[in-house]
Design a protein around this ligand. Structure first.
Ligand code: ZN
Ligand code: ZN
Length: 264
């Protein structure tokens, strides 16, 4: 499986991805808002975009569909429940569906509500597994629930699906928010050395296009939303929310963190 991460340097800080079969050169474009840049990247690699996937229905993920479909006649895939909102969807996806790209790539669809009610993450079971997480999971952070989402569902998605993925899983999110998210981690947990080290290493990076690809194992060390049993995080939350109790349920911790991050 070949992965090309595309940084359009736009105001939303999107990441676009091409996932290609090394044998046939067929490629899937994920959330290709800047579709011309995706098409140029595919051509430069000698790939043919045959499918487009939207992780969810927000315009910063779907806005390139018409242009890229027009240029390539690629098939558009999206969550079955988001299809009518997005429009022009050729195949609706449900939990457990498998998308095949060329002869060698297969991507499992995970139904991951929370950021919106109809969100798909893609899981590649390669030697080194990979997760394309849209706006559900970011480097060191979690998606917001500002539009149609629900924090309780986002918690379920984290606890029952994402936290159970192998530590070696590489993470490919829909946006680049790493520095801001690490700053939130350190605000909640000032003695988190892994987060501090990653923040200083990231600040040294010359350009956003070179932002690191983290793994789920790393996320469990630097992402507050995976650290719900951490005594330091709980103690600091209780300064603001004394009702939380000494041994709160992880769901209660997650919801308070999400609420704080919304206003942070
Ligand atoms: Zn979104
Ligand atoms: Zn987005």
């Amino acid at each position: 499986m070949l992965i090309e991460r595309i940084w359009p340097a736009n105001e939303f800080r999107n990441f676009h991805y091409l996932v290609a079969c090394p044998e046939t050169g067929e490629a899937l474009a994920i959330d290709p808002l800047d579709w011309r840049r995706c098409l140029d990247a595919a051509r430069a690699r000698g790939w043919t975009i045959t499918q487009i996937l939207n992780t969810h229905e927000h315009p910063d993920h779907t806005g390139g569909n018409a242009g890229l479909k027009g240029a390539t006649h690629a098939k558009l895939l999206a969550h079955a429940k988001a299809a009518s909102t997005i429009g022009g969807v050729d195949q609706g996806l449900n939990q457990g569906d498998v998308i095949r790209v060329g002869r060698t790539v297969s991507l499992e669809c995970l139904d991951t509500p929370g950021h919106t009610l109809a969100h798909i993450c893609l899981l590649a079971h390669a030697d080194a597994p990979a997760l394309f997480s849209g706006d559900t999971l970011f480097n060191a952070g979690a998606g917001n629930c500002h539009s149609t989402g629900r924090p309780e569902l986002l918690y379920d998605t984290f606890a029952k699906q994402l936290a159970r993925l192998p530590d070696a899983t590489r993470l490919y999110p829909g946006h680049e928010y790493l520095v801001r998210n690490l700053q939130f981690t350190l605000d909640r947990e000032p003695d988190n050395q892994d987060a501090a080290q990653l923040l200083s290493a990231t600040r040294d990076t010359a350009h956003d296009a070179a932002a690191p690809v983290t793994t789920l194992g790393q996320e469990k060390r630097v992402n507050t939303f995976f650290r719900l049993h951490n005594p330091r995080i709980i103690a600091r939350l209780r300064e603001q929310f004394p009702d939380l109790g000494e041994h709160p349920e992880p769901k209660a911790v997650f919801l308070k963190l999400r609420e704080l991050r919304d206003a942070w």
